[in-house]
Design a protein around this ligand. Structure first.
Ligand code: AHG
Ligand code: MN
Ligand code: MN
Length: 315
């Protein structure tokens, strides 16, 4: 009888799952376990999106009790998973107004979360996501380059995908039907220059330097790709290997809209690990010391040519 029962070693040659990938990369054990724990939480958040989506469960959830906003539910799911994991010293998220210390003194890592990014898109069925930063110290202690040890995001789209870095490259995994995260793109590396741009903020509120930067890209034939979700918009630039996302400072909001700790630092970490750049127009995002949990900054993030080009118009 043909030997059609491959042994596990044959399969493992083709399917590198998340735990195996992090082990082969030599990532410290508690950090591996923490990243794994967060990746798994994506399954529960995805289930919550399905369960509580208005299109499925009416205006109230199936139990009829008052429905929490999905952002809040996602935050509670993350906290329930991390509080007693033994790896998290403290947790903060854009749904909370303070850093929550967890009792396990031996735990090493401080976790920041945008539990649900792009929540205004839920009813449109466009992709949304979860953004996570992992720090060795409080995210308020110093600039990101000194405190960050890892970052990841989960994209809830036609597939659930997860992109992570622990300082040894940026890699994408897909959640398969068996519930495993399998490697889909390893060592994502951005080209020097891309061909897409993703523009936040209202054109009428842009400063002249930013407008000139955008017009330069338009003159070079860049294609507009903007969904209104930071996670899928950044994910598109990483997977297409280049381009630029910007949510600039505007006349109405000179510091822009996006939050330094919960959104910008993790994406800057991942993008730099993929050979790209992330600035506020002038200085690196990871060189900015956070002044507080609600610290916002303009963002120019993506491949080097475009982010450097922006700097020419903004300094
Ligand atoms: P969140 O849902 O976590 O508040 O984030 C929404 C953010 C970000 O996802 C996106 O890039 C930006 O809002 C879009 O802003 P506009 O709606 O002003 O374009
Ligand atoms: Mn967000
Ligand atoms: Mn959010």
């Amino acid at each position: 009888m043909a030997n059609n029962t491959r042994n596990i070693s044959d399969y493992s040659k083709f399917i590198v799952d998340l735990r195996r990938h992090m082990w082969m990369a030599g990532i410290e054990m508690d950090l591996r376990r923490l990243i794994w724990q967060i990746a798994i939480t994506g399954k529960y958040i995805s289930a919550k999106i399905h369960e509580s989506n208005r299109k499925l469960a009416g205006l109230r959830n199936i139990h009829g009790d008052e429905q929490l906003a999905l952002d809040k539910s996602a935050d509670i799911i993350l906290q329930n998973q991390l509080q007693y994991s033994g790896f998290v010293k403290a947790y903060c998220s854009e749904e909370l107004d303070r850093i929550v210390p967890y009792e396990a003194a031996s735990s090493k890592y401080h976790v920041t979360a945008d539990p649900l990014d792009g929540s205004s898109l839920v009813d449109t069925n466009l992709a949304i996501g979860t953004i996570i930063g992992i720090h060795r110290d409080s995210p308020l202690a110093a600039e990101g380059r000194k405190t960050m040890v890892g970052a990841m995001y989960i994209t809830y789209g036609p597939l659930i995908t997860m992109v992570y870095s622990a300082g040894k490259g940026t890699h994408e995994f897909v959640l398969n039907r068996e519930g495993e995260y399998v490697l889909s793109e390893e060592n994502i590396t951005l080209d020097e220059k891309g061909s897409i741009y993703s523009l936040g903020g209202l054109r009428k509120d842009w400063f002249s330097g930013h407008l000139k930067f955008v017009e330069t890209l338009e003159g070079e034939g860049y294609k507009l790709r903007y969904s209104g979700g930071f996670v899928p918009d950044i994910n598109q630039i990483l997977i297409k290997r280049g381009g630029v996302f910007t949510y600039p400072g505007t006349k109405k909001d000179p510091k822009g809209k996006l939050r330094l700790i919960f959104e910008l630092q993790p994406m800057a970490f991942l993008t730099e690990q993929a050979g790209g750049m992330a600035t506020d127009g002038k200085q690196d995002i990871l060189a900015i010391k956070p002044e507080g949990l609600d610290h916002r900054e303009p963002i120019y993030i993506g491949s080097r040519y475009e982010v450097e080009k922006a700097r020419e118009f903004l300094t």
